[in-house]
Design a protein around this ligand. Sequence first.
Ligand SMILES: [Zn+2]
Length: 108
Amino acid sequence: MTYDVQKTDDRDTREATLPRVFLREPGWHISQRVGSEKTFCYQMAPGEEFYHRLLDGEVIVSRGEEKLCLPCAERRGLLTFLPKPLRDQLAGVDIEVTERLGEYEVKG
Ligand SMILES: [Zn+2]
C-alpha cells in the first residue's frame, strides 16, 4: 500500500494523509527499530528477491524474533485500517442441534 504523502509544513494536512492503524493479532507488538545493527524484515516485498533491511527509527511489527516493516505487516494481514465496532455484531448463525440418543453396547 502506498500513501501519497506530500511534503508540507501544514501539520493538519499532513496528519490527515496517514490512516489510523490497528493491530489485533495476538502475540504481535508495535515497536521501534533502534540502532545500526543489521536487522532484516522477515518477509520479502513483492518484486524483490531479498529480505530488506529494517532501518534505525523505523516503526515495526514484531512477535518474538520475527520482525516486519509496516508494509509487509499490512500485506500479511496483521494490520487493519478500520476500527472495531463498539459492539461486536453477531451474525445470524443458525446452529442446528440434532438430538441424538446414544446407543451404547453393553458388554456383559
Ligand atoms: Zn518488510
